[in-house]
Design a protein around this ligand. Structure first.
Ligand SMILES: [Cu+2]
Length: 209
């Protein structure tokens, strides 16, 4: 085989691979979001997400999600899940817990238990689910159920980056547990073109101390 034909075979293969992979090679956008209080303090652990009709079509339940109880706390304090996901509630304490939610997107109760209840809880409606424990009043946790696969949480400096976003128009929304109970997440519209790398700042007003 002459070197030339070897090369052209390589080219043909890479073209075929590109065709087969299709969308995964399509240029994608990213967004860097900084979340702050009105006086510029970073807001950590804020849930940042992008909603659109396209995002809603892409959302899939995530596997192996856990909201544990450890040291009489919910771990993690905030769990973000795509709509339709199952969540297990392992109790890693030696005391029993009795976890409940009265929130509209998912009302449920796991009666006094040790270990991991056999059945997970399925979250089928988007929204914020506040968790409590009947035995330990101080325990509070949140499960944020989202109708989109594009989400993240801000780090210690109040920043989060969302990558691999298809071009399009989105509602950029931010939720934090210190927003007043039942308050809507903040919302702004952003438009991403392919290969865009956008940076934006969101101010959360009215956070409770
Ligand atoms: Cu408890």
């Amino acid at each position: 085989m002459k070197p030339y034909s070897f090369l052209s075979l390589g080219r043909t293969l890479s073209t075929l691979c590109a065709l087969a992979l299709g969308s995964s090679l399509a240029p994608a956008a990213s967004v860097q979001v900084a979340v702050q209080t009105p006086n510029g303090q970073p807001v950590t652990q804020a849930v940042v997400y992008l909603e659109s009709a396209q995002a809603q079509r892409q959302v899939k339940p995530a596997p192996r999600l856990e909201m544990a109880q450890e040291g009489k706390r919910f771990v993690p304090e905030i769990l973000v899940v795509p709509v339709g996901s199952d969540v297990y509630f392992p109790n890693r304490d030696t005391v029993r817990h009795h976890v409940y939610s009265f929130s509209a997107p998912k009302k449920f109760e796991l009666k006094l238990y040790s270990g991991t209840p056999a059945e997970p809880v399925r979250f089928e409606q988007p929204g914020v689910v506040v968790l409590g424990c009947n035995i330990h009043d101080q325990m509070v946790g949140w499960i944020v159920v989202l109708d989109t696969p594009y989400y993240g949480q801000t780090n210690a400096t109040g920043q989060v980056q969302l990558n691999n976003l298809p071009a399009g128009q989105y509602r950029l929304r931010v939720w934090h547990p210190q927003l007043p109970l039942g308050a809507n997440p903040s919302e702004q519209t952003i438009t991403l073109t392919a290969t865009d790398s956008l940076a934006t700042t969101v101010q959360l007003k009215g956070l409770t101390p």
